[in-house]
Ligand binder design. Structure first.
Ligand SMILES: C[S@@+](CC[C@H](N)C(=O)[O-])C[C@H]1O[C@@H](n2cnc3c(N)ncnc32)[C@H](O)[C@@H]1O
Length: 209
């Protein structure tokens, strides 16, 4: 993935997408204070949008140091040093204690996880009593999706192998999200409370304790 180009688009023409999902997460979860983890955060775009409309304190986790450099810069640009920190880690093995998060969010990262069941178990482990997770992917409303795909057409969709992906093609992360049997994956790892619907604006897995 070309980190600089992805970052430039995410903070520029694709920024409305993150504001849209931040509002959706706030409206649905009603978690507006406490601790929040943004898993596979990239440059922190979703968490930073949520920080603007809540009092949550953030941990931004990503496996890529290059992405976290962007997140660190954006935390400073947005004046959030007092309630945000970055953590380089793999979502399959998160070095944080049980029950330490009130909310876990993640957008656009799950298609790249080697073992989504294991990673979702890790996320569930981190949830405090009454904690919630909102994990998935999408490109906003159908209108926003068209715009996003136009924006990403020249660059190609991102992937960890650096290969360009054509929007709508078989390796488009969104096609991967739609095709996975998350109900079975979540049952297999024993997570008791979840939903994983496909909606007009993406696929979002909700977990709650
Ligand atoms: C398409 S980007 C999405 C970034 C951001 N969340 C967004 O919505 O724009 C996918 C991100 O997931 C991260 N990622 C992939 N596998 C990961 C893993 N196993 N653990 C943590 N982060 C991972 C990548 O480094 C990348 O920053």
């Amino acid at each position: 993935m070309n980190v600089s180009k992805y970052d430039h688009a995410a903070r520029g023409k694709n920024a409305p997408l993150y504001a849209y999902y931040a509002k959706k997460i706030k409206d649905e979860t009603r978690v507006v204070s406490g601790r929040c983890l943004d898993a596979g955060c990239g440059g922190g775009y979703l968490g930073l949008a949520l920080a603007c409309i809540t009092d949550l304190e953030f941990t931004f986790l990503d496996i890529s140091p290059e992405m976290l450099e962007k997140a660190d810069a954006h935390i400073i640009e947005d004046g959030l040093e007092n309630r945000a920190r970055t953590l380089q880690a793999d979502v399959h093995n998160i070095p944080l204690p049980d029950g330490c998060m009130d909310l876990v969010i993640s957008r656009g990262s799950i298609p790249f996880w080697e073992d989504p069941g294991k990673a979702l178990s890790e996320i569930y482990r981190l949830l405090a009593p009454h904690g919630k997770a909102f994990v998935g992917g999408g490109r906003g409303t159908p209108e926003m999706r068209k715009q996003f795909e136009r924006n990403m057409k020249k660059e190609g969709l991102p992937g960890p192998d650096g290969k360009r992906r054509r929007p709508g093609g078989p390796d488009d992360p969104w096609q991967i999200m739609k095709g996975r049997d998350f109900d079975q994956i979540l049952k297999d790892v024993g997570i008791p409370r979840f939903s994983a619907p496909i909606e007009a604006d993406g696929r979002w897995i909700r977990l709650w304790k």
